[in-house]
Design a binder for this molecule. Structure first.
Ligand SMILES: [Zn+2]
Length: 406
């Protein structure tokens, strides 16, 4: 329960600087986040609740798919990056340490996960497997922009899978797409989020895949096949559009924001780290296939906010909102009743913000406004008036208020 009587943050403040879109403005204005510098944000109590809700939905679906959660280090020794030749990546923060040592602050984790898993993946029986973690990542962006969209630090879920058989890898890769579809459905952006074919970059000759949520201010142009609804990133449409899945030439061009990506890594990282295993005949084999699978958690907070924003506030879906219920209590005599009700709701797995501010802030208008600004879907009022009417007032989003028994 979040109790507002001792809450250090209030929404009475001036308009924030440094936002170039509605949702960032709203996230800053209503104290979800605080900008520390360009592209770097702290999450305040209300915003952190939203971030954690998104993170937990992603975690639940990863666990349901039997991927294994780890937490890898934030810094990695230069020697690992020397093996893959990626030490001088543009976006890497380099940290000089004692005795001429140098560390990275990690923008990605292949250089950590591969040496780690190499220790355990010794036999063909150890494959396939997939590990994931949810961790902050750091990118030395020249120009950070659009709030949580292209930050210098951001929260990401990244998963890494290991395989010894091409067909098995392909099946696994396809199954991750299904896990992602479920995640975006649970995050309420599913109906406007498209699997999108993208360039494989340095990793593979094949395509990689992105998940793109259609947004009017999205940073990518995607071509969505009119027949099978597969998206295509602009970079893979050269000349006329032909769908890579169904050969259709008809498309809808939309602006979208990337919320996830999956890459076949082939042997790009297992080779340089010399990952080997013993096969059925007890022979050493050095061909291990990998895939990596990302979801931008803090970026998703921004995308969902943009997706659900009105001009004044963000209508969070109940599973993501800072709390499912906001209890406004008027009159000190009623605080005990409010605590009891909050306890009852929490025993039913609801989440509660209890607005028990008294004295100067004991003002219904301010409390009701904060409930709206933070996008809480269910508002409860306990006051002398509602008690006279027989209990508390419940106002569910989009419905008429009702009086419920305490
Ligand atoms: Zn198609």
């Amino acid at each position: 329960m979040l109790q507002l009587s001792n809450f250090p943050i209030n929404t009475l403040k001036s308009t924030p600087n440094g936002s170039d879109n509605t949702s960032t403005w709203l996230l800053l204005q209503w104290w979800y986040i605080r900008q520390e510098m360009a592209g770097v944000y702290s999450f305040l109590p209300i915003g952190l609740r939203v971030l954690r809700n998104i993170e937990n939905i992603v975690r639940e679906e990863m666990d349901n798919a039997w991927y294994h959660e780890v937490l890898m280090s934030v810094i990695t020794d230069k020697s690992s990056w020397d093996i893959t030749g990626r030490w001088n990546m543009d976006v890497m923060f380099h940290v000089p340490a004692h005795d001429d040592k140098q560390y990275s602050i990690n923008p990605t984790n292949e250089e950590t996960v591969v040496p780690m898993m190499k220790e355990f993946l010794q036999s063909y029986k150890d494959y396939p497997t997939c590990v994931y973690h949810i961790q902050k990542k750091f990118r030395n962006e020249k120009r950070a922009k659009s709030g949580l969209l292209r930050g210098r630090e951001f929260l990401m879920k990244d998963a890494y899978s290991f395989h010894i058989d091409d067909e098995e890898f392909s099946d696994f890769y396809e199954s991750v797409k299904q896990v992602y579809v479920k995640i975006f459905e649970r995050l309420w952006v599913g109906s406007d989020t498209y699997e999108t074919v993208a360039d494989g970059g340095d990793f593979t000759d094949k395509y990689s895949h992105e998940f793109q949520t259609v947004l009017p201010i999205g940073e990518d142009d995607i071509y969505i096949c009119s027949w099978c609804r597969l998206g295509h990133n602009k970079e893979v449409v050269q000349g006329d559009f032909v769908c890579t899945r169904c050969d259709s030439k008809e498309f809808d061009l939309k602006q979208a924001s990337e919320v996830g990506n999956i890459f076949p890594l082939e042997t790009k990282f297992s080779k340089p780290f010399e990952v080997e295993y013993t096969d059925k005949d007890n022979k050493m084999v050095d061909r291990v296939l990998m895939g990596c699978y990302g979801i931008g958690i803090s970026r998703l907070m921004w995308v969902i906010a943009e997706y659900s924003a009105t001009e004044k506030w963000i209508l969070w879906p109940e599973s993501i909102a800072p709390a499912s219920h906001y209890i406004i209590v008027i009159g000190e005599d009623n605080i005990e009743n409010a605590f009891e009700l909050a306890g009852k709701l929490e025993s039913e797995w609801k989440t509660v913000i209890l607005d028990d501010r008294m004295g100067r802030k004991d003002w219904f208008g301010q409390k009701a406004a904060d409930c709206e600004l933070w996008g809480i879907p269910n508002r409860i009022v306990i006051s002398p008036k509602t008690l006279e009417q027989g209990g508390y007032e419940l106002l569910q989003r989009g419905q008429e208020p009702t009086i419920e028994k305490l």
